[in-house]
Design a protein around this ligand. Structure first.
Ligand SMILES: *[C@@H]1O[C@H](CO)[C@@H](O)[C@H](O)[C@H]1NC(C)=O
Length: 168
């Protein structure tokens, strides 16, 4: 199966948000995802602690080389994955908001990204109808004033030749 993944890399130096661990709870990730899903009539995701564990292992593995966090093949074969690198660190809601922003670059009719890139696949994974479970993790990267956030999705979305959801 063709596997597509979406990565968002953001670097700002002028805005430094206060990052609280409490802002990266399952509730924060779920709310940001489920609001975007509700907008297109797709049912909400549930939290899966097992996915969270895999996500945590991924971000912790890359804590020293956050910016170069590559796709993990063993995860990619089983799950959908979105990730975001941000300097300075961002919260769960901010990371998900950046994926959701890609909505503007998604054309439903052609089922592709408007600008011909892959810069809408974070969004299409967020709203993928047949995805039911979510697990995410976030770390503050070593020495860099940055964060790495990843979410894993099961069953995985962005399946070629399928739309993320139906328009009724
Ligand atoms: C989501 O999938 C279910 C089950 O296949 C289907 O009944 C429903 O219409 C779908 N909703 C959307 C918005 O695609």
């Amino acid at each position: 199966m063709l596997k597509t993944i979406c990565i968002v890399i953001i670097s700002f130096i002028n805005v430094v948000p206060l990052l609280l661990l409490a802002e990266n709870s399952p509730k924060n990730y779920l709310k940001a995802h489920n609001n975007a899903r509700a907008e297109v009539g797709v049912k909400p995701l549930d939290w899966d602690p097992q996915l969270e564990l895999h996500a945590r292992k991924f971000v912790e593995k890359h804590i020293a080389d956050c910016k170069k966090a590559f796709l993990d093949e063993s995860l990619a074969s089983k799950y959908g994955q979105n990730y975001a690198y941000s300097a300075p660190p961002q919260t769960a809601a901010e990371a998900v908001a950046r994926w959701v922003k890609h909505k503007h670059n998604y054309d439903y009719k052609s089922n592709s990204c408007i600008d011909g890139t892959i810069n809408c696949l974070c969004y299409t994974q967020v709203v993928w109808n047949s995805t039911t479970f979510l697990g995410c993790a976030n770390v503050e990267c070593h020495n860099s004033g940055a964060s790495l956030t990843t979410c894993l999705y099961h069953p995985q979305g962005n399946i070629p030749n399928q739309h993320p959801y139906n328009i009724h």
